[in-house]
Design a protein around this ligand. Structure first.
Ligand SMILES: [Zn+2]
Length: 261
């Protein structure tokens, strides 16, 4: 099982080495900004690396919203980041499920997701697997709870859409972790990546504050059980830099058993 971390984008391979990580995830630009990513000077090194690379789309991306001034640039930004991710040989581009505004019909949000994949297909495709990630908060989210996720998957089912399961988001979002992998796979048919995070906040709090794996409000054994059941690559998005994340990666290797492959 490949295990890695979300790292600073300056020198991801050095960050991987300092954590003994098999994989890294990073942003290609300011996660709060609307800038399309520039080509990276280390693209050849990243493509050739033993370390698997994942790219996280900016947080501002919300392709579901009914607000044209957010939705249209979000589509373009997502496609731009997919192109950037493909250029460095990324295994996937992770993007949050997004939400509609209060009072809007969630059905519109799901259809906007469908249109996002249609738009990409008309423009040559994303060129990299796009993994929609479950989110922790809000009353109008497309991928907070599994009932919404099922409707989202109905909308985008004609496209090859991946799924990233964040354990902190599931817990804080109000989905029990026990047997969660089976329930998710019944909806999506797949889990492409796990974001392995503990949570500083209570079940169903709607808050998104990650904690180290052995800390937080989630029983670490339950985290390990979810990760083992998913059988997917793992990225920790936990605090503490190389020390904290390195300890989380070591914790997972120890508790998942076996060797990394
Ligand atoms: Zn995450």
């Amino acid at each position: 099982m490949r295990i890695g971390a979300h790292v600073d984008p300056t020198d991801p391979l050095a960050e991987a080495a300092s954590r003994a990580a098999d994989a890294v995830q990073f942003f290609l630009s300011d996660p709060q900004g609307w800038k399309a990513p520039n080509p990276r000077e280390d693209a050849d090194r990243l493509r050739a690396a033993e370390v698997d690379v994942y790219v996280h789309a900016p947080y501002v991306v919300n392709v579901a919203t009914t607000n044209n001034r957010i939705r249209i640039p979000s589509r373009k930004l997502l496609l731009g980041h997919a192109t950037g991710a493909a250029g460095i040989g990324a295994k996937g581009l992770i993007v949050h499920g997004g939400h509609v505004n209060a009072g809007d019909d969630l059905a519109t949000g799901f259809d906007n997701w469908r249109k996002t994949f249609a738009y990409a297909a008309e423009n040559g495709g994303f060129g990299v697997p796009v993994l929609i990630e479950n989110t922790a908060g809000g009353d109008n989210a497309c991928a907070r709870r599994l009932d919404a996720l099922a409707r989202l998957w109905d909308a985008v089912g004609e496209y090859d859409v991946g799924f990233c399961l964040d354990t902190c988001h599931a817990h804080a979002g109000g989905e029990e972790l026990l047997d969660l992998v089976d329930r998710v796979k019944a909806v999506t048919g797949r889990i492409d990546l796990i974001h392995a995070n503990n949570s500083k906040d209570a079940f169903n709090s709607g808050r998104d504050r990650h904690d180290n794996l052995a800390g937080g409000t989630i029983d670490p054994e339950l985290l390990v059980a979810v990760i083992r059941a998913a059988g997917a690559p793992v990225i920790v998005e936990t605090p503490g830099g190389a020390d904290g994340q390195g300890a989380d990666i070591a914790f997972l290797r120890e508790h998942l058993g076996g060797t990394t492959a």
